[in-house]
Write a protein that binds this ligand. Structure first.
Ligand code: NAD
Length: 389
């Protein structure tokens, strides 16, 4: 089904930029919020993104005005009757989102697809609340949505194939890289990203390393834009703790965050947004650790932890193509290479050897899975790790 008109619910940080992205690609879009004040703030933000496009010579003034005019701000659900594809981007609270999905079911035509930009809530719960579960899908953008290319398309057991195909097509139509992901806690990118962050933080604890040396070593040697402590400050320590708790509840201790994270949140240090977290506003790290990190060992551990999580995602059938994992980590987290390309490059035998060595030296969390060992022994590829359809 071609999408002739879209709608976005919530004109905040994400919603305003999502509407901008859609309009920039020439698709008319209705933008709904609950008060004129929030709607005006969202539209001012949309205008500022278009202004930057004009300043950078990407659009002419006339083109920007014409595209801006494709966005129809509203306070009423009545204006959603002709939308083909609706993206919910209201605050991350399950009961609020459930109420919005029930409302959307009443306001939208029966064939409309209802998508959610949730980062961590179960899409199936929203599907249930919508009364039309086969038309519900996750459509998870990354911040800032006007820049980041990835969209995780979260597929629940009830999402229809037609919904998936229309969603992937629409994602490409608006200039993004949509990757289908089977619903699971943390989805794909956050699972692997948090596994990498948790390992970086655990390395610091176990080796009494300084925060700055861990961040610097990973930035300089692991092809990631930021080390775990810098990234934590940017994401917000409170948000990180919340997602970390969801991941621990779902998968266990491998996602455990260090106690210092909870302590900083309790002290009201939430990261860059409120004046400091692991670093002060001036960039001074908190006093933690006394030794410099060993860059080689640290990069090995973080790479191994990322790969192990990626392998679990393959084994669980979270993606349909191993390459999608690399695409997602590059386009969603800014990594230079993904864990699958890394393993292909070093070879599965060498990956198993590295994991076994780390398991012996550092701890059992690196023990190579039996299935990986068997693939390595029989000359299989990572594609063979996917469950058979
Ligand atoms: N901020 C991020 O980095 C990020 C990244 C990816 C996904 N997300 C997800 O996107 C969603 C929105 O996050 P955000 O950071 O844009 O939040 P936000 O608080 O900036 O914006 C939410 C907007 O929704 C509006 N709203 C509240 N209730 C509403 C309702 N019933 N109907 C219509 N509008 C309503 C609010 O007035 C506000 O303008 C969340 O699910 C979040 O998890 C956020």
């Amino acid at each position: 089904m071609p999408v002739a008109r879209a709608a976005v619910i919530g004109a905040g940080t994400m919603g305003a930029e999502i509407a901008q992205v859609i309009a920039e690609q020439g698709v008319p879009v209705t933008l709904k919020d609950v008060s004129q004040e929030f709607l005006d703030r969202g539209m001012r933000h949309v205008e500022s993104v278009f202004r930057r496009r004009v300043e950078r010579g990407r659009l002419s003034e006339d083109e920007a005005q014409a595209k801006l005019a494709l966005i129809a701000p509203t306070l009423s659900y009545d204006d959603l009757a002709d939308a083909d594809f609706v993206i919910e981007a209201v605050p991350e609270r399950l009961t609020l989102k459930e109420a919005v999905f029930a409302e959307l079911n009443r306001a939208c035509k029966p064939e409309a697809i209802l998508a959610t930009n949730t980062s961590s809530l179960p899409v199936s719960r929203l599907a249930k609340a919508s009364g039309r579960p086969s038309n519900v899908v996750g459509f998870h953008f990354f911040n800032p949505a006007s820049v980041m290319k990835l969209i995780e398309v979260i597929v629940t057991p009830e999402t229809s194939e037609e919904t998936v195909q229309t969603t992937l097509e629409f994602g490409r139509r608006i200039g993004k890289l949509p990757v289908p992901v089977k619903e699971c806690p943390g989805f794909l990118v956050n699972r692997i990203l948090f596994a990498a962050m948790a390992e970086g933080m655990r390395y610091r604890e176990e080796n009494d390393a300084t925060i700055a040396s861990v961040d610097a070593a990973l930035r300089e040697r692991a092809g990631v834009p930021m080390g775990p402590f810098q990234l934590a400050d940017l994401v917000g320590l409170d948000v990180l703790l919340e997602i970390g708790d969801v991941l621990v509840a779902a998968y266990g201790e491998r996602f455990a965050t260090p106690p210092i994270l909870r302590e900083l949140v309790a002290q009201g240090r939430h990261g860059a947004k409120n004046g400091g977290g692991f670093y002060s506003r001036e960039g001074t790290p908190i006093d933690l650790g006394t030794k410099p990190a060993d860059p080689e060992r640290l990069v090995q551990q973080v790479t191994a932890a990322s790969f192990l999580e990626a392998f679990r995602c393959l084994d669980e059938g979270i993606v349909t193509d191993p390459k999608d994992i690399d695409v997602a980590m590059q386009a969603g987290a800014g990594w230079a290479t993904g864990p699958i390309a890394w393993a292909d490059q070093v070879g599965l035998g060498a990956v198993v050897a590295l994991l076994s060595a780390l398991a012996a030296k550092v701890g059992p969390r690196f023990t190579p899975p039996e299935r990986l060992k068997s693939l390595a022994e029989h000359g299989g590829s990572l594609r063979d790790a996917l469950p058979s359809p």
